[in-house]
Design a protein around this ligand. Sequence first.
Ligand code: 26W
Length: 767
Amino acid sequence: MKFDRATFLADVERVLHADYACELKSAGRRELYNAVSKAVMEEAYDDWSKEKKSRRRRCGYFSAEFLMGRAIYSNLLNLGILEEVGDALASVGEDLNQFEEVEDAALGNGGLGRLAACYLESAASKDIALDGYGIRYRYGLFRQTFENGFQHEEGDDWLKWGDPWSVRVERDAVLVRFADQTVRAVPYDMPIFGYKNGVVNTLRLWQSEPVQAFDFASFNEMRGEVKANENFNATKITDVLYPNDNTMVGKILRLRQQYFMVSASLQDIVKKYKAAGRDLRTLPEKWCFQLNDTHPVIAIPELMRLLQGEGLTFEEAFDVCHRCFNFTNHTIMAEALEKWDALALSDLLPDVYEQIVACQQRLQGEGLDPNAFYIIRDNVVHMANLAIYVSSHVNGVAEIHTNILKTQTFKNWYERYPEKFVNITNGITPRRWMLLNNPQMARLIDSKIGTLWHTRLPELKKIRPFIDEMLPEFVRIKQENKKKLAAYIAEHEGVQLSPDFIFDVQVKRLHEYKRQMLNALSVLWYYFGIKDGEITDFPPTAFIFGAKAAPGYYMAKAIIKFINEIARLVNSDPAVSDRMKVVFVQNYNVSYAEKIVCAADISEQISLAGMEASGTSNMKFMLCGTVTLGTLDGANVEICEEAGRENNYIFGATVEEVAAIKQYYCPREILEQNPRLKRALETLVDGTLSDDSGMLRKLYESMTTGYEPDRYLVLYDFADYVRVKTQLLHDFGSDEFNKKCLVNMASVGKFSADRSVTDYAKLIWKL
Ligand code: 26W
C-alpha cells in the first residue's frame, strides 16, 4: 500500500472528528486505535472491493473457529506500512506499541482455529481465492486466571476496544429457521490482507439477532410470551464459543451454532449465484467448500435442502454437494468425533434431517456392509461418516495422522474410497510467526540471504552455508527475546526468571494426551535429585508452561493445580533457586505465544505417539530456531525428516509400539523400578503439595488405579524422556547445540502455510 504520512494523519484526524468528536491531541488510546485502524481500512477499500467483485472460482473455508489474535500489527505488516505508521504516530508523540493492550480476537480454542487463521493469511498472500465463513461470537475463549493454583474462567470481552477491522454488511443479512425459532444472521466482514501483494480476501463472521426489534409493548402485556422468548434467544446463538477442545459435548445450542453459520453462508452464496443468472447445477464451477473438522458438516444436508428448494432433484443436489465439499479431520480421539442424537436433530431441523436420512438410504443402496458403512445408527448421526460419504476429498493434517485415518479410524471408508483420501501436512504463516514476533531474527536472515524467504520459506535453506557466522548474532537475539519475555512474565505472573537460564517451554491446550504430566513429573524428579545431592550438575533451567483447560475437564484442571503447586514448592526453595524456576503463565493466547515462541530454547512436543494429529506450535518454535524435545508423533515425524533426527531430541514409544505396550502395561511396576519417580508422583497424595479439593488425589488415582491406569503411558515413557531431556540440558549452549537450532530454522520450509494452502488449491480445490 502506498503510504503518505500527511494523508494518513489527516485521515486519522478525520475519523477522530467524525466518530469521537475529538482530535489527535485529545484522543484516548481506544479512540486512537479505532481511528488508525479505520484510516487504514479506508485506504484498503479499493483492493478489497476488487476481490469481492471478482468472478473467479472460490473456496469457502467453513469453520466454527478462527483464532485470529490481534489484527492491527499483522495487517499493517502485510500492507507494508508497519514501520511507516509507527513513525507517523511517533511524529505526533504516540507509540504504536500502546495497542498491545487490545484484546486478541480469540474466536477459537487452539490448533484447529489458529490453523484456519494461518490459512486465510497464506491464501491471500499466495493470491488463492479463499474466504473464511464462521461465527462472530460475542465472547471468545474464556480469560484464564489462577487463584490459589486453580484455574478460574472469566468471559472474554474481545470487543472492548471496538471492532474497527470489521464492517457490518446489513444488506447481506438472511433468515435462519429452526423448528422452534427464526433468527436473523448478519454478516461482519473482516479483510484478510495478503503479504504486500494487494490481495484482500474476506473472513465473513455471522452474528445472530432477533428478526424484529424487540417488541416491548407486547412483552409488557405478557401477551407475546413466545415471541418475546424467541427474541431473547436469538442473540444467544452466537453468544459464546464452546471452550472444548477435543471433547464433544452434546449441547443442542452448539448444533444451533453450527447450523446457523452454515445455513447463513450457503443461503448467501446460493442467493448471489442465482442473482448472477446461473444454474445452480453448475455451482461447483464457481465454488467449493472446505469443512474444518465435523463442526460445519451440517452444511452438506443444508445445501441439499436449499438446492432441492430451487428445483434440483435429490441426485442432482447430491452430485453438486459431492463436487463442492471436502473434509479435513483434525483428531482421531473418539470423544472428539461429533455424533448427534437423531431425535434431537430431527426435532430442531426436520428438513435437514430428512436430507441426512436420504443420504443414509443412498449409502445403503450401494450394497455395502451396513455394519461398516452407516451415517445413522442406533439413532445417532455420525457427522464424520456423512462428511466422508459425500465429500470428494478427506484429508488428515500430517503424514502419520493420515496413515492412521486410512488404517484405523476410517479404515472401511478408505478401502471403499481410496481416491478420496489425501494428506496435507499443516503449516504456519511465517509473517506472523517470524517477521512480526521475531523481527531482529528476520533482519539477521535478510542480511544473509535477502527477503525472498518471506514468501518462499524453503529459501531459508540458503542460510546453511552461513550458519557458523550467524551463531553469535543468533544467540544474542535469542537472549534479548528471553530478556523481554522474562520482563513480561515478571510483570504479569510475578515470577522472576533469569534469561541466563535455559527456557524449556510447553505451551498448548491442556489435555491428558499432550502429557503436561510427563513434563511436570520430570521437574519434580530433577528437584528431588538436586535436593538429595544425587544430581550435582543441573544446568539452570526455567520450566515454562502455558495452557487453558476446558472448564468441564476435571483432570486437565487437576494437572494445572499440580503444576502450580510444583511451582510454589520449587520457587520458594532457596536450595534450588540458582538451578530451577517453574512458571505457569496465565491466559496463554496468540499474543502470549508470539512472545514465548521466539524466546524458547526447548520446544516440548511430548504427546503419546499416535495422539497428536499434527501440532503446529512445533513448527513455530522450529522457525524461530528451537530444538524439539518430542515423540515421533504428528508433524514431529516430518520435522525430523526435514531437519534430521540428530538435530532434535526424540524419545518414547512409537505408534507401532503403543498398542503392544498397552496389552501388558502395569504402571505400578514402573514406579517400583524408579523410586524417585514414585516419590514425585506421590507428592499428589503425601501432603507435600497443598490441596483440599481432592483434585490431586483423583489425578493420582488416574495414574495408578481403575480400568485403564495411566492411559497415555506417561510413566512408561518417563525414563526415556528424562534420559533425552537431561542430555539436551547438558548439550545446551555449545556451538554444536546452537548449530542444531539453526539447522532446524534452515529446514522449516515445508511447514509454511503457503505450501499447505498451495497443496489444498492444487490437490483439492482445483483453484
Ligand atoms: C467437538 C469438540 C471438539 C472441538 C475441537 C473436537 C475437536 C476439536 C479440534 C479438532 C481439536 C483441535 O484443535 N485439533 C488440533 O488441530 C490442529 C490443526 O490441525 C492439529 O495441529 C492438532 O494436532 C490437533 O489437536
